[in-house]
Ligand binder design. Structure first.
Ligand SMILES: Nc1ncnc2c1ncn2[C@@H]1O[C@H](COP(=O)(O)OP(=O)(O)OP(=O)(O)O)[C@@H](O)[C@H]1O
Length: 467
């Protein structure tokens, strides 16, 4: 054997090793599409024997129905690399992706075509498995929520919410007064209703009164009721007050912080004596209810400012339950979103789904309006999104901005005095720090200023926000 023969043998061995070790199928044809070589992986995919294929034309496989279109024909026509997906009918039907590359001679005539065949069945299978796992995990969330959320109404996935639900369940069994504290939309009414539902009073009414929702001039009559002729315009036969309607059941005073000071003493008497006297009446009536109050302001602070009676505060605050804002219990965000997605799908008879990509935006957003805001966003998405899958493109800008890498975004629309601008920025920063930190010490550390400074500045911010 000459040196050249040895080298040729060596190269042939290497080529064979490449062809046979490839995970993909590979075949080589001449310029007219006749099979010159085909590796075992492709023979295995197609269910052919090598000797039956070598010398036949790849294009003819379309006629026999083995493949649905011929990539070789396309390459011969275009004289350039082509990639397509094909259906291959071998022992089983497979989806394959083929890339065929022409090798040209000096005269730009096709000498060989080398094709690479990838079995997509595994990938498609994996993709389907991922989709199934995604659907399953969503279903699992929903099941779990139903199980723990008591009749599917309370979503409590975070440790904080689970503890609150457990505490609410325990205190529901006794008659103590409960004060629910938390920002607007955190679920105070949801917890109040839950307490009523699981309490021994659940067969009697749950009366919810929003102290900020009834005009002050009507509140007295609405709460305590009146006798016929008690005042001009009083209804014939009088009216039963809302508090009286709660007899044997639960009275929920929402936004108690908004109850005018003039009515606070009257309410305190009712709570202490469990007796109610209608306007214009001499007689009092015994009633029996459990009181749950809620506040979205710091009642203790209102007491300090003389805006809320201290004796009433102590009365209602037997068991305080504090609902943290949604941004401090992020584990609840996705379960809530999925819960409301199902709710609004049922309501609007739609089949919308949230793509997994949207989750990171939901989790990053601050949710100043808490669960109420999240519920509204989901409703809007279900109603307004055209496609069945809601993607990040459909999300409101505030959610998209929440994932922006900028630590802050400054938009100035008008020329204003510098001092005003700096004050505005400072107010926002102080407010944000106090929302996120657990104490003024922590906030002072985060802002790199002294604790006395933050206390002073925060006082100013609150005064500014309240005016
Ligand atoms: N844990 C929860 N699971 C399911 N839905 C919730 C949950 N928390 C709140 N919601 C929903 O969010 C909305 C706002 O809740 P809710 O009215 O109880 O808040 P709130 O704290 O009483 O607000 P406000 O102080 O403004 O009265 C409601 O539609 C409620 O059903």
């Amino acid at each position: 054997m000459t040196n050249n023969d040895n080298e040729l043998e060596f190269l042939k061995e290497q080529l064979n090793a490449i062809l046979e070790s490839s995970y993909d199928g590979i075949y080589i044809t001449d310029g007219e599409g006749r099979f010159l070589n085909i590796n075992s992986r492709l023979l295995e995919m197609a269910g052919y024997r090598r000797e039956d294929v070598i010398g036949t034309r790849a294009q003819d496989l379309v006629k026999t129905g083995v493949i649905n279109k011929s990539i070789i024909e396309m390459v011969i026509e275009k004289k350039e690399r082509v990639t397509i997906t094909q259906t291959l009918k071998g022992r089983t039907i497979k989806e394959i992706m083929v890339t065929a590359t022409p090798i040209l001679d000096r005269n730009r005539k096709i000498k060989y075509i080398v094709a690479n065949v990838r079995d997509m069945t595994d990938l498609i299978y994996l993709e389907n498995e991922c989709k199934k796992a995604e659907t399953l995990s969503k279903q699992y969330y929903l099941e779990l929520m139903k199980e723990r959320g008591y009749s599917g109404k309370i979503v409590a996935e975070s440790e904080e919410m689970k503890k609150i639900v457990q505490l609410a369940y325990r205190v529901a069994q006794v008659d103590s007064n409960i004060l629910l504290e938390g920002e607007s939309g955190t679920g105070k009414e949801v917890i109040a209703r839950f307490i009523h539902e699981v309490s021994p009073r659940n067969k009697a009414p749950f009366i919810s009164i929003n102290c900020a929702g009834i005009p002050e001039s009507l509140l007295d009559a609405e709460l305590f009721g009146y006798e016929e002729g008690a005042f001009t315009g009083a209804r014939k036969g009088g009216k039963v007050g809302l508090i009286e309607l709660a007899d044997e059941g639960t009275l929920f005073l929402d936004e108690l912080n908004s109850l005018p000071i003039s009515l606070q003493g009257k309410l305190l008497r009712v709570i202490e004596t469990f007796e109610i006297t209608r306007l214009g009446s001499e007689k009092s009536k015994k009633i029996n209810f459990r009181l749950i109050a809620s506040t979205n302001k710091d009642l203790k602070e209102l007491v300090n400012k003389g805006l809320f009676r201290e004796d009433l505060y102590f009365r209602v605050n037997t068991v305080p339950i504090i609902l943290p804002p949604l941004r401090q219990r992020k584990e609840d965000i996705i379960p809530l979103a999925l819960h409301y997605l199902q709710y609004f799908n049922n309501k609007y008879n739609s089949h919308k789904d949230l793509s997994i990509n949207t989750f990171k935006y939901f989790e990053a957003y601050n949710w100043p309006g808490n669960v109420r805001e999240l519920k509204n966003v989901i409703e809007r998405l279900v109603v307004m999104t055209e496609n069945d899958v809601i993607t990040e493109k459909d999300l409101p800008t505030e959610l998209i901005d929440s994932l922006s890498n900028d630590k802050f975004q400054i938009i100035i629309r008008d020329i204003v005095p510098l001092k005003e601008l700096i004050e505005e920025a400072e107010t926002k920063l102080i407010k944000l720090a106090m929302e996120h930190c657990h104490s003024t010490r922590e906030a002072a550390k985060a802002l790199k200023i002294s604790q006395t400074s933050i206390v002073r500045k925060y006082k100013k911010v609150r005064e500014k926000l309240e005016t």
